[in-house]
Design a protein around this ligand. Structure first.
Ligand code: ATP
Ligand code: ZN
Length: 218
Protein backbone atom coordinates (compact mmCIF):
# COMPACT_ATOMS: atom_id res chain seq x y z
CA UNK A 1 0.00 0.00 0.00
CA UNK A 2 1.21 3.46 -0.92
CA UNK A 3 -0.15 6.93 -0.32
CA UNK A 4 -2.12 8.00 -3.39
CA UNK A 5 -1.78 11.30 -5.25
CA UNK A 6 -5.57 11.57 -5.67
CA UNK A 7 -6.19 11.27 -1.96
CA UNK A 8 -6.18 14.07 0.54
CA UNK A 9 -4.07 13.63 3.66
CA UNK A 10 -5.24 14.15 7.24
CA UNK A 11 -2.86 14.33 10.22
CA UNK A 12 -4.16 13.28 13.63
CA UNK A 13 -2.50 12.82 17.02
CA UNK A 14 -0.73 9.46 17.17
CA UNK A 15 -1.11 8.76 20.86
CA UNK A 16 -2.61 11.22 23.31
CA UNK A 17 -5.72 12.79 24.78
CA UNK A 18 -7.32 13.51 21.39
CA UNK A 19 -6.51 10.21 19.71
CA UNK A 20 -9.44 8.06 20.80
CA UNK A 21 -12.13 10.71 20.22
CA UNK A 22 -10.61 11.55 16.84
CA UNK A 23 -10.57 7.92 15.68
CA UNK A 24 -14.11 7.50 16.95
CA UNK A 25 -15.28 10.56 15.02
CA UNK A 26 -13.69 9.29 11.80
CA UNK A 27 -15.31 5.89 12.23
CA UNK A 28 -18.66 7.41 13.18
CA UNK A 29 -18.72 9.43 9.95
CA UNK A 30 -18.31 6.13 8.13
CA UNK A 31 -14.63 5.95 7.26
CA UNK A 32 -13.12 2.46 7.16
CA UNK A 33 -9.43 2.26 7.98
CA UNK A 34 -7.05 -0.09 9.72
CA UNK A 35 -5.25 1.17 12.76
CA UNK A 36 -2.46 -0.50 14.63
CA UNK A 37 -0.60 1.38 17.34
CA UNK A 38 2.77 1.19 15.58
CA UNK A 39 1.77 2.38 12.16
CA UNK A 40 2.56 5.79 10.73
CA UNK A 41 -0.42 6.06 8.40
CA UNK A 42 -3.68 4.38 7.35
CA UNK A 43 -5.46 4.41 4.02
CA UNK A 44 -9.25 4.76 4.06
CA UNK A 45 -10.84 1.90 2.16
CA UNK A 46 -14.02 3.78 1.26
CA UNK A 47 -12.97 7.44 1.03
CA UNK A 48 -10.13 9.17 -0.89
CA UNK A 49 -8.16 10.11 2.21
CA UNK A 50 -5.03 8.89 3.98
CA UNK A 51 -4.54 9.39 7.72
CA UNK A 52 -1.11 10.20 9.14
CA UNK A 53 -0.32 9.71 12.83
CA UNK A 54 1.98 12.37 14.26
CA UNK A 55 2.76 14.32 17.44
CA UNK A 56 0.15 16.97 18.03
CA UNK A 57 2.81 19.70 18.20
CA UNK A 58 3.70 19.05 14.53
CA UNK A 59 0.18 19.09 13.09
CA UNK A 60 -0.23 22.85 12.47
CA UNK A 61 3.17 23.01 10.80
CA UNK A 62 2.49 20.01 8.54
CA UNK A 63 -0.81 21.59 7.48
CA UNK A 64 0.76 25.01 6.90
CA UNK A 65 3.58 23.47 4.82
CA UNK A 66 1.20 21.32 2.76
CA UNK A 67 2.72 18.04 3.99
CA UNK A 68 -0.94 17.21 4.71
CA UNK A 69 -4.15 18.93 3.60
CA UNK A 70 -6.01 18.67 6.89
CA UNK A 71 -5.23 18.25 10.56
CA UNK A 72 -7.22 17.54 13.70
CA UNK A 73 -5.65 19.21 16.73
CA UNK A 74 -6.41 21.35 19.77
CA UNK A 75 -7.01 25.00 18.94
CA UNK A 76 -4.48 25.86 21.67
CA UNK A 77 -1.70 24.43 19.50
CA UNK A 78 -2.97 26.11 16.32
CA UNK A 79 -2.88 29.50 18.05
CA UNK A 80 0.51 28.81 19.64
CA UNK A 81 2.06 27.70 16.33
CA UNK A 82 1.08 31.03 14.72
CA UNK A 83 1.03 29.25 11.34
CA UNK A 84 -1.15 30.35 8.42
CA UNK A 85 -3.79 27.61 8.47
CA UNK A 86 -7.59 27.88 8.35
CA UNK A 87 -9.76 26.47 11.12
CA UNK A 88 -12.67 24.92 9.27
CA UNK A 89 -14.66 23.08 11.95
CA UNK A 90 -14.79 22.82 15.76
CA UNK A 91 -15.38 19.20 16.78
CA UNK A 92 -16.92 19.53 20.26
CA UNK A 93 -14.42 17.34 22.15
CA UNK A 94 -11.05 18.02 23.78
CA UNK A 95 -12.50 21.03 25.56
CA UNK A 96 -10.05 22.91 27.78
CA UNK A 97 -8.95 26.46 28.53
CA UNK A 98 -5.60 28.15 28.77
CA UNK A 99 -5.72 30.01 32.07
CA UNK A 100 -3.56 32.28 34.18
CA UNK A 101 -3.19 30.75 37.66
CA UNK A 102 -1.42 31.82 40.85
CA UNK A 103 -0.80 30.22 44.26
CA UNK A 104 -4.01 30.42 46.31
CA UNK A 105 -2.18 32.06 49.22
CA UNK A 106 -0.57 34.75 47.03
CA UNK A 107 -3.56 37.06 47.34
CA UNK A 108 -3.18 37.94 43.64
CA UNK A 109 -6.58 38.34 41.99
CA UNK A 110 -5.90 40.11 38.68
CA UNK A 111 -3.19 40.07 36.04
CA UNK A 112 -2.16 43.70 36.60
CA UNK A 113 -0.66 42.53 39.90
CA UNK A 114 1.71 40.30 37.88
CA UNK A 115 3.54 43.28 36.37
CA UNK A 116 7.29 42.58 36.52
CA UNK A 117 6.74 38.95 37.58
CA UNK A 118 7.83 35.66 36.03
CA UNK A 119 5.12 33.60 34.32
CA UNK A 120 5.89 29.96 33.43
CA UNK A 121 4.13 28.28 30.51
CA UNK A 122 4.40 25.79 27.67
CA UNK A 123 2.57 28.36 25.51
CA UNK A 124 5.04 31.27 25.28
CA UNK A 125 3.67 32.76 22.04
CA UNK A 126 0.06 32.86 23.22
CA UNK A 127 1.06 33.99 26.72
CA UNK A 128 3.32 36.82 25.54
CA UNK A 129 0.62 38.09 23.20
CA UNK A 130 -2.02 37.93 25.95
CA UNK A 131 0.00 40.01 28.41
CA UNK A 132 1.15 42.45 25.71
CA UNK A 133 -2.43 43.08 24.59
CA UNK A 134 -3.31 43.92 28.18
CA UNK A 135 -0.23 46.08 28.66
CA UNK A 136 1.09 44.00 31.54
CA UNK A 137 4.86 43.58 31.39
CA UNK A 138 5.84 40.06 32.51
CA UNK A 139 8.83 37.78 32.05
CA UNK A 140 7.61 34.66 30.23
CA UNK A 141 9.54 31.50 31.08
CA UNK A 142 9.09 28.55 28.72
CA UNK A 143 8.75 25.16 30.43
CA UNK A 144 7.95 22.01 28.47
CA UNK A 145 6.05 20.08 31.15
CA UNK A 146 4.76 20.12 34.76
CA UNK A 147 4.26 23.86 34.60
CA UNK A 148 1.93 23.73 37.61
CA UNK A 149 4.77 22.92 40.02
CA UNK A 150 6.89 25.96 39.06
CA UNK A 151 5.33 28.41 41.57
CA UNK A 152 6.09 26.01 44.46
CA UNK A 153 9.68 25.74 43.19
CA UNK A 154 10.05 29.52 43.18
CA UNK A 155 10.59 29.51 39.41
CA UNK A 156 7.60 31.74 38.67
CA UNK A 157 4.87 33.75 40.43
CA UNK A 158 2.17 32.60 38.03
CA UNK A 159 1.56 30.08 35.30
CA UNK A 160 -0.41 29.93 32.07
CA UNK A 161 -1.54 26.35 31.56
CA UNK A 162 -4.29 24.18 30.10
CA UNK A 163 -7.13 23.45 32.46
CA UNK A 164 -10.06 21.13 31.89
CA UNK A 165 -11.54 20.06 35.23
CA UNK A 166 -9.26 22.23 37.37
CA UNK A 167 -8.15 19.26 39.48
CA UNK A 168 -4.49 19.78 38.60
CA UNK A 169 -4.70 23.40 39.76
CA UNK A 170 -6.39 22.40 43.04
CA UNK A 171 -3.82 19.66 43.63
CA UNK A 172 -1.06 22.27 43.42
CA UNK A 173 -2.91 24.94 45.49
CA UNK A 174 -3.31 27.19 42.48
CA UNK A 175 -6.32 29.30 41.52
CA UNK A 176 -7.23 30.64 38.08
CA UNK A 177 -7.44 34.43 37.83
CA UNK A 178 -7.92 34.95 34.09
CA UNK A 179 -8.76 33.12 30.87
CA UNK A 180 -6.40 33.31 27.90
CA UNK A 181 -8.10 31.00 25.38
CA UNK A 182 -10.96 28.51 25.13
CA UNK A 183 -9.95 25.44 23.19
CA UNK A 184 -11.39 22.28 21.69
CA UNK A 185 -10.38 19.86 18.98
CA UNK A 186 -10.73 21.46 15.54
CA UNK A 187 -10.18 20.57 11.89
CA UNK A 188 -7.63 22.84 10.23
CA UNK A 189 -6.87 23.06 6.51
CA UNK A 190 -4.00 24.04 4.28
CA UNK A 191 -5.01 27.23 2.43
CA UNK A 192 -3.89 25.99 -0.99
CA UNK A 193 -5.86 22.77 -0.54
CA UNK A 194 -9.03 24.80 0.07
CA UNK A 195 -8.72 26.46 -3.36
CA UNK A 196 -7.75 23.28 -5.23
CA UNK A 197 -10.99 22.09 -6.88
CA UNK A 198 -10.25 18.39 -6.55
CA UNK A 199 -9.15 18.59 -2.90
CA UNK A 200 -11.79 21.12 -1.89
CA UNK A 201 -14.52 18.78 -3.15
CA UNK A 202 -13.19 15.89 -1.03
CA UNK A 203 -12.81 18.17 2.00
CA UNK A 204 -16.41 19.34 1.59
CA UNK A 205 -17.63 15.72 1.46
CA UNK A 206 -15.78 15.04 4.72
CA UNK A 207 -17.14 18.18 6.39
CA UNK A 208 -20.70 17.33 5.35
CA UNK A 209 -20.37 13.96 7.06
CA UNK A 210 -18.83 15.53 10.18
CA UNK A 211 -21.48 18.24 10.49
CA UNK A 212 -24.27 15.74 11.07
CA UNK A 213 -22.33 13.77 13.66
CA UNK A 214 -21.18 16.88 15.55
CA UNK A 215 -24.63 18.45 15.56
CA UNK A 216 -25.93 15.21 17.11
CA UNK A 217 -23.23 15.43 19.84
CA UNK A 218 -24.24 18.95 20.96
P1 ATP B 1 1.94 14.44 21.90
O1 ATP B 1 2.63 13.21 22.38
O2 ATP B 1 1.11 14.18 20.65
O3 ATP B 1 2.85 15.63 21.75
P2 ATP B 1 0.87 15.83 24.25
O4 ATP B 1 1.30 15.09 25.47
O5 ATP B 1 1.58 17.09 23.86
O6 ATP B 1 0.84 14.81 23.03
P3 ATP B 1 -1.88 15.65 25.18
O7 ATP B 1 -1.64 15.71 26.66
O8 ATP B 1 -2.26 14.34 24.57
O9 ATP B 1 -0.66 16.28 24.35
O10 ATP B 1 -3.01 16.74 24.88
C1 ATP B 1 -3.49 16.92 23.58
C2 ATP B 1 -4.51 18.04 23.59
O11 ATP B 1 -5.61 17.68 24.43
C3 ATP B 1 -4.06 19.37 24.15
O12 ATP B 1 -3.26 20.11 23.24
C4 ATP B 1 -5.41 20.03 24.41
O13 ATP B 1 -5.93 20.59 23.21
C5 ATP B 1 -6.31 18.86 24.81
N1 ATP B 1 -6.64 18.83 26.26
C6 ATP B 1 -7.87 18.67 26.76
N2 ATP B 1 -7.85 18.71 28.11
C7 ATP B 1 -6.59 18.90 28.48
C8 ATP B 1 -5.93 19.02 29.75
N3 ATP B 1 -6.57 18.98 30.89
N4 ATP B 1 -4.58 19.16 29.75
C9 ATP B 1 -3.91 19.17 28.59
N5 ATP B 1 -4.49 19.08 27.36
C10 ATP B 1 -5.81 18.95 27.30
ZN1 ZN C 1 2.33 17.55 22.20
Amino acid sequence: TRLSEDHIKLAIQKDGRLTEDTRNLLRTVGLHFESYKQRLFSICRNFPMDILYVRDDDIAEYVAEGVVDLGIVGRNLVVESDKPVTEIMPLNYGHCSLKVAVPAESGITNIEQLSGCKVATSYPVTTSRFFQERNVDVNVITISGSVEITPALGVASAIVDLVSTGSSLRLNDLVAIDNVLDSQSVIIANRDSLVNDHKAAIIERLLTRCRGVIAASE
